[in-house]
Design a protein around this ligand. Sequence first.
Ligand SMILES: [Zn+2]
Ligand SMILES: [Zn+2]
Length: 233
Amino acid sequence: MLLDFALPPRCAGCGVIVDDVHVFCHECWKQAEFLGGGGCDTCGLPLEATESAVCAVCLAEPPRIARIRSAIAYGELARGLAIRLKYGRKVAIARTMARYMAPLIAPDGQAVLVPVPLHRSRLWQRGFNQSVLVANELSRLLGNPTAPMALQRTRRTPPLKGMSVAQRRRTVAGVFRVRQPETVAGKTVILVDDVLTTGSTAEACARTLTRAGAARVELISWARVIRPRRLMR
Ligand SMILES: [Zn+2]
Ligand SMILES: [Zn+2]
């Protein structure tokens, strides 16, 4: 893009001038808690010393989402980018996020990237879905197709913050619908989200996608709220 050459690249975290486009400066890099590709094969959370490959929680009850990976632990830096993705230099921020998310996706050229949808009314207010921008950038980097219209949010939900896991599940139950089953049937679907909190929303998406015939559902997010394991579910 012409602008990338005209302007010196800036750190996506704090705005200082950096050497390369879409990287963080040293200070932000130190502060950021990158999650990497390790942990439980399924949920991506750290394994206990007694566990190997898959954690005890996932073994006891295999989650609907077969693989969850996130670039960074939710904190100041992650939050700053997530906010600016919604309100600021959207495409540049989406590109930076995708750069850190792409290496965490298991290579599979056939897998379809499906952004977690917003409700129509929210879309009208904001004008775009931030997860669609990130999915587009992931597609550009990895070559996987995106299906931004595959999933639809049929009603607006109140903020899930402060709700118990059971309340969250009830709130998002039946909220999603697959509008284009042919784009997901028999395929691996990779849900794309900006911030993963308890996973109730993503789980509701996964349930709907599986019912519509998706062979496997995975999830990639920019940030993830990391809490004591007991509270995650
Ligand atoms: Zn910085
Ligand atoms: Zn696990």
